[in-house]
Design a protein around this ligand. Sequence first.
Ligand SMILES: [Ca+2]
Ligand SMILES: [Ca+2]
Ligand SMILES: [Ca+2]
Length: 253
Amino acid sequence: MFLASRLLKLQTKVITSGFSIDRLDGLVTWFKFNTNISVADQDSDSDADIAWTSSHTDNRVARQTVDAEEPTTTGGYIHFDGSNDNLDISSNIVLNEFVMFLALDLDDFTNETILGNSGSASDFLRFGFQNLPAKARFRRTSGTYNDDFVMSEDMTSGTPNLMTIRCFDNGSGTTVQIRRATKSGATITTNQVLEDTSSTFSFAQDLTINTIGVQSTSSAAMDGKLYELLVFSGTLSDANIALIEEDILNRVA
Ligand SMILES: [Ca+2]
Ligand SMILES: [Ca+2]
Ligand SMILES: [Ca+2]
């Protein structure tokens, strides 16, 4: 009996400590809170710049060297001014089915583009769409693949809102799910706040992302803090999504 309970304890410990985000299949990029953020001079013009390097093996860098477009980095998150701040990602992220985790504390809900494509106005993810804290607009490839979503909860300001976006083939098209997770004290609350099983936000169309904080130029700029961004290609189980949400929120909130 004693041995059995000791064995159980050991097994529990192994399983718990065995979870690690970077061991999961499909991880594309991981801009991690308070990690690999540099304000060193990148372009040798003797002023500060911003470079946030992925904590995954993709080694992507999200950077900005234009002073007026540089967000601030104090606090370990990236704070965008809602005017023109943005970071350019060093190589495109091209997705079909995906799961994306965005830890955000938006200062405002007036068309906040979190991710976009500097070469095209036709790929982006936006919250606070039409000035509503429960509304999102996602677009991929062209205006044809454009969806507006009303979530069952408002996003809030003042604490990280971890928004998980899952897009997958349901056999006859696309399912888009959005989850919202927050942490208060030690308690994490997670709700699925949207499911659309007939979305035109089709997995078969490439979603091409290469900029953070604006649509294609300075359009619909993000006003708020980005704590963490994780992107997986393909699908993840509900159990792994919950573990990732917990991992991120325990770091940022
Ligand atoms: Ca510089
Ligand atoms: Ca600069
Ligand atoms: Ca600015």
